[in-house]
Design a protein around this ligand. Structure first.
Ligand code: SAH
Length: 249
């Protein structure tokens, strides 16, 4: 059968390199989980996943790819639709999400993992390299809102880079693979909504000191807080943001 024609608006860049596909799949470690692949396309990852786990599901929005997959993988459990609209509670077990993700919705995929963090206990996947590095970086300029939120609940590791020319068509940007595994934190030791507001406010004006970017919050005043407020958001780790949140009046 003919190959699927790559559609730009669906972020379709098909990985050609089979050894990299196998390497990505091998990053999944939680054996008892259901595996959910987002955007299998023509199944370059799927072919390695089918051997790995009995409870494998894929979700694909593109009709042409779904048609292709049905022909080549008649037994595969395919959900035809948009991952962002999928209710993850239809799965009984915890989930490992995997994919060479469509880059146009990568942040939304990660937010959805964050929101469903007690269900989504593992994420392995390919992102635009910059996004992958940002999510995995603990400190420094590359960090962003999502890095802090995700790092609160996941151990995140940057695995390796994948060159543009290994895709058809090649994307303009380089790609990077990360893996995230749920850590042992059950809950934040502070109000979660306030925590998210503080992280967002800090990063939305990331060049400013926190004293300026967090002006709209009333914080307790003590020497530890004073030291933190002299810093910028990117200089704080998860624990420091939790400490700040606990000190909001
Ligand atoms: N995994 C394949 C394809 C990667 S391209 C490979 O590595 O070759 C990204 C894939 O995600 C495409 O197949 C695209 O159709 C699919 N996709 C895009 N948006 C989606 C969404 N909202 N939900 C599910 N799949 C989506």
């Amino acid at each position: 059968m003919r190959k699927v024609k790559a559609k730009k608006y669906l972020g379709q860049h098909f990985l050609k390199d089979l050894s990299i596909a196998e390497e990505i799949v091998s990053q999944i470690t939680l054996k008892e989980n259901t595996i959910l692949e987002i955007g299998p396309g023509m199944g370059v990852l799927t072919q390695f996943l089918v051997d790995k786990n009995k409870d494998l599901h894929v979700i694909e929005i593109d009709k042409e790819s779904v048609f292709y997959l049905r022909l080549h993988y008649p037994k595969l459990k395919i959900i035809e639709g948009d991952f962002l609209k999928l209710n993850l509670n239809i799965f009984e077990n915890n989930i490992s999400i995997i994919g060479n993700f469509p880059y146009n919705i990568s942040s939304q995929i990660l937010f959805k993992a964050f929101e469903n963090r007690d269900k989504v206990t593992e994420v392995v996947g390919m992102f635009q390299k910059e996004v992958a590095e940002r999510i995995a970086s603990i400190k420094g300029k590359k960090k962003g809102i999502l890095s802090v939120l995700l790092q609160a609940f996941y151990d995140i590791e940057y695995c390796f880079e994948v060159d543009n020319h290994l895709f058809d068509p090649p994307p303009k940007v380089k790609s990077g693979v990360i893996k995230m595994k749920r850590n042992s934190r059950k809950k934040l030791e502070c109000d979660e909504k306030t925590f998210i507001k503080i992280v967002k406010a800090g990063y939305n004006q990331r060049r400013k000191t926190l004293r300026n970017s967090l002006k709209s919050f009333t914080l307790n005043s003590n020497s530890e807080i004073d030291i933190l407020l002299q810093k910028r958001a990117e200089q704080l780790d998860v624990e420091a943001f939790i400490f700040l949140t606990k000190n909001v009046q």
